[in-house]
Design a protein around this ligand. Structure first.
Ligand code: AMP
Ligand code: MG
Length: 439
């Protein structure tokens, strides 16, 4: 890949697939490495860029659309980190210190008055530090407490201890959250700590999807001879919902040109992206590929991976409205793998999210040998557990067939065996992507 920086291409080049692809050396659509397919997608897909304001709770899991600068200091005042006594650090000596207690400072109710040398104030966690004080001795370190006085034992506290400084979490005027961040519970908590009630977020992406294949039956229909229930629409529903997309479920589309054209056109006119499953394999005796090519700028790949070799990608349009298209393979596991490794990144990029790279890989020990052919990336379903010696270990789930959805359901991670890799021996280290957080 000669150029994999998405911003490096001029708009005129990145606006057509041929333009993007022309920047690749050794491009071969029939044996495309995973990384090259990801790079082409990344360069071609553009963010949607439409902003709405939502109340803070509704901002959870949404993409922040503008930088947030803190309007206030957090905390707003120096305050105590412990229950104890606030004192002047300069009073501390090598010997025990007897202090006179002037009163009490509560959280939300400050002590009104100045503390001079030889004096202290009882203080609760979160209470504003009284004037003159810079140190707190925790209650449990003190001695000979009475209503009027207390002893600070020598060496029990250092000047400045147990005091939280004004602006320590965030100083007024400093950036708190960056545009493009997907807002997690800690982020909305932080927004609340800044007193921010409404947040600018990117509007949700609309994603239309349908399944293709004459053998598919929807739930509730009789399962005729040679037919299967359509499961891909349900895994896609789950994956898109988890990603925070608005979905348009268009059902099962029969393999005839008129139905397919109508479905693709309607999807284009109503969504930002379209995901289909099935009908993109090499010898597929159907009209799906034909219709995709007819309606736009679409390329068909055989990706160097397993499962999930065939895939279509591009942009199609109808009546002046366009949408990015991901034509995923039909096999249920291949749908999930191609979604997570190709569509997910692109959809995050369209949503304006800044973190669109692959989820992080973790190196763990393989419990058993795994057969692997060099020259393609293999995604095997694994179960991660802790071995008797305390080390994380992965084993492959039963059948790895690309139609065996059960292997995905039983797994808690995906083992990623890289392009060049050959057979794995028991005890070798392998890369895994943990499902938790991803799925
Ligand atoms: P295709 O890519 O259309 O040749 O489909 C490959 C395999 O996946 C075939 O065995 C299909 O029956 C199966 N398949 C395709 N779409 C679905 C679906 N939506 N749900 C379950 N299996 C499917
Ligand atoms: Mg089919």
């Amino acid at each position: 890949m000669s150029n994999d920086s998405p911003d490096a291409l001029p708009d005129s080049t990145r606006s057509t697939l041929a333009g993007v692809i022309s920047c690749l050396s050794d491009y071969d659509p029939d044996a495309l490495p995973v990384q090259d397919a990801q790079a082409i997608i990344r360069q071609f897909v553009q963010p949607v860029n439409a902003i709405e304001k939502v109340v803070i709770r509704s901002a959870l899991d949404r993409v922040l659309a503008a930088d947030i600068v803190s309007p206030i200091n957090v905390p707003a005042h120096d305050n105590s980190a412990m229950d104890g006594y606030a004192l002047r650090g300069s009073d501390l000596k090598d010997s025990d210190l007897q202090l006179k207690i002037l009163g009490t400072a509560y959280a939300g109710r400050a002590f009104d008055g100045k503390v001079n040398s030889g004096e202290c104030v009882r203080i609760m966690t979160g209470a504003v530090m009284p004037e003159g004080c810079d140190t707190v001795i925790p209650q449990e370190f003190t001695r000979d407490e009475s209503d009027t006085g207390v002893i600070v034992p020598a060496g029990s506290v250092r000047s400045g201890d147990n005091r939280r400084l004004k602006g320590e979490d965030l100083a007024a005027g400093t950036p708190a959250l960056q545009k493009g961040k997907i807002l997690r519970p800690a982020d909305i908590g932080m927004l609340a700590s800044l007193g921010i009630a409404e947040v600018p977020v990117q509007r949700r992406l609309r994603v239309a999807f349908f399944s293709t294949g004459d053998e598919l039956r929807s739930i509730g229909e009789a399962l005729d001879e040679g037919c299967v229930y359509d499961s891909n629409r349900y895994t896609l529903y789950g994956m898109l919902t988890r990603l925070g997309c608005d979905i348009v479920d268009m059902g099962v589309i029969k393999d005839d040109p008129a139905s397919l054209e109508a479905a693709f056109r309607s999807a284009c006119e109503n969504a930002d992206a379209i995901i289909t499953s099935g009908g993109v394999s090499v010898g597929a005796a159907d009209y799906t590929k034909q219709m995709m090519a007819q309606l736009g700028d679409v390329t068909f790949w055989k990706i160097g991976m397993r499962p999930g070799r065939p895939m279509a990608f591009g942009r199609i349009s109808s009546n002046g409205k366009g949408a990015y298209l991901f034509g995923l393979p039909g096999n249920p596991v291949a749908v999930m793998v191609t979604f997570y490794f190709f569509a997910r990144q692109a959809l995050l990029h369209m949503m304006g999210a800044s973190a669109t790279e692959n989820p992080p890989l973790m190196k763990v020990r393989s419990k058993a040998a795994i057969r692997k052919r060099p020259g393609r990336t293999e995604f095997q379903r694994g179960i991660l557990s802790v071995a008797e010696d305390g080390v994380q270990e992965v084993r492959i789930t039963g059948s790895q067939g690309s139609g065996v959805l059960r292997s995905m359901s039983e797994a808690n991670c995906m083992v990623v065996l890289e392009h060049e890799r050959a057979d794995v021996k028991a005890g070798d280290m392998v890369d895994v992507i943990v499902f938790s957080g991803l799925i």
